[in-house]
Design a protein around this ligand. Structure first.
Ligand code: ADP
Length: 368
């Protein structure tokens, strides 16, 4: 039987006699014959690739190709498919926060160490220095930024930017502010877990008009949570600033937090540690220091362990808390503790510059 003699070279030879009109070349030379040739007895099937589904020579070429094969193998049953490469435009991948230069997560291992206090005062200090600053409160377990900014009753509005409806951040002390507390009732925050909180966070990042910012600070929930994973999947963070107190329990939890950011799958640079409530100072006597919780050495040892700097030590001063409670961060006042926060802001700027000079931009984490 004739079909035993059908072999691929014979088909290719036949097809190389088929010219694509006007090109002076045959369809094999032009790479139009796909590599899916199948020969089964006298059945021959393969595909021809057309650049456009509207190719005017499509029907005639298919006929010519079949005829060319039959000329060599008259008993062949030829079936030719056509392939048109997918030319539908791909959905545009919108960059997240294209106008934001530096994104810093303010994190802590343990709750109550002053993470939000540090985030709020740093944001206000940077804005007072003329930087464009955004502060996103992502602490689902206790969103306290609205209170610290006196924005508990802030109404949120949307406006249209490039055809998209975006949330307009509230603005106070020169800082653009949004809080997960604006979207959820803080008293029900504890039940906000997993997907719901993660969606709210993504919305506050992707569907808000943050505009152009030099520093975008994110007040994270304490510890390691779904929110952390969502954040590193949504954004490439410039780095994280870890807040701790000198207490052993706080340091132990801070260590776990640093280890998470350092994990090879997360890979977020740790810019430094802030030692908050490092000592107690009575406001009228800033020169007096009472080490209530632990010594400088305890936090220094943590910093050394991970080879990161202690960027600042902030005293425990009752006025710090009182100012936060009344909605006006202390950093705006001419006090010694305000100085400590301003110093911390300058150290942060330098740490970010060092990081940007030494490392490429952080990649978003992709989870498969
Ligand atoms: P976290 O965000 O880590 O849970 P907060 O920033 O809410 O912590 O601070 C916890 C409490 O400690 C708040 O009442 C805050 O006012 C107070 N606090 C934080 N830092 C200081 C400080 N340096 N001096 C005095 N009180 C502080």
């Amino acid at each position: 039987m004739e079909y035993t003699s059908i072999f691929p070279a014979l088909i290719t030879e036949a097809l190389s006699t088929v010219r694509y009109p006007g090109s002076g070349k045959n369809i094999v030379e032009l790479g139009m014959v796909a590599d899916d040739l199948r020969i089964d007895g006298n059945k021959v099937s393969f595909s021809i690739i057309f650049e456009k589904s509207t190719d005017p020579f499509k029907a005639s070429l298919l006929k010519s190709a079949e005829a060319a094969i039959k000329l060599k193998v008259p008993s062949a049953e030829v079936s030719i498919n056509t392939i048109v490469p997918d030319s539908t435009p791909k959905a545009e991948v919108r960059p997240v926060l294209p106008g934001v230069k530096n994104i810093v997560a303010i994190s802590s291992g343990k709750g109550g160490v002053g993470k939000s206090t540090v985030a709020a005062n740093l944001a206000v200090a940077l804005a007072a220095d003329g930087y464009r600053v955004g502060l996103l409160d992502a602490d689902i377990f206790g969103p306290s930024v609205p209170k610290m900014f006196g924005l508990e009753n802030a109404e949120l509005y949307m406006h249209e930017v490039d055809g998209r409806n975006l949330i307009i951040p509230a603005e106070k002390y020169g800082v653009k502010v949004l809080s997960i507390g604006f979207l959820i009732d803080p008293s029900s925050a504890a039940v906000w877990r997993g997907a719901m909180a993660s969606n709210a966070l993504k919305q506050l990042i992707e569907q808000a008009d943050w505009g152009e910012l030099d520093y975008f600070l994110i007040d994270m929930p304490p510890g390691t949570s779904d929110i952390h994973l969502t954040l590193v999947q949504t954004l490439g963070l410039t780095g994280t600033l870890v807040v701790t107190t000198p207490q052993q329990v706080a340091i132990a939890d801070a260590r776990k937090g640093i280890a998470m950011f350092r994990d090879s799958k997360i890979n977020v640079p740790v810019l430094g540690i802030v030692d908050n409530m490092a000592w107690f100072t009575p406001e009228p006597h800033p020169e007096e220091r009472y080490y209530l919780f632990g010594n400088d050495e305890d936090v220094d040892a943590l910093a050394k362990e991970f080879d990161v700097p202690v960027l600042a030590r902030i005293p425990l001063v009752s006025a710090v808390g009182a100012h936060s409670d009344s909605g006006s961060p202390i950093v705006l006042e001419p006090t010694a503790s305000a100085m400590a926060f301003r110093h911390c802001a300058h150290e942060l700027i330098e740490a970010v510059d060092r990081r940007n000079g030494n490392l490429p931009p952080t990649q978003k984490v992709s989870v498969h």
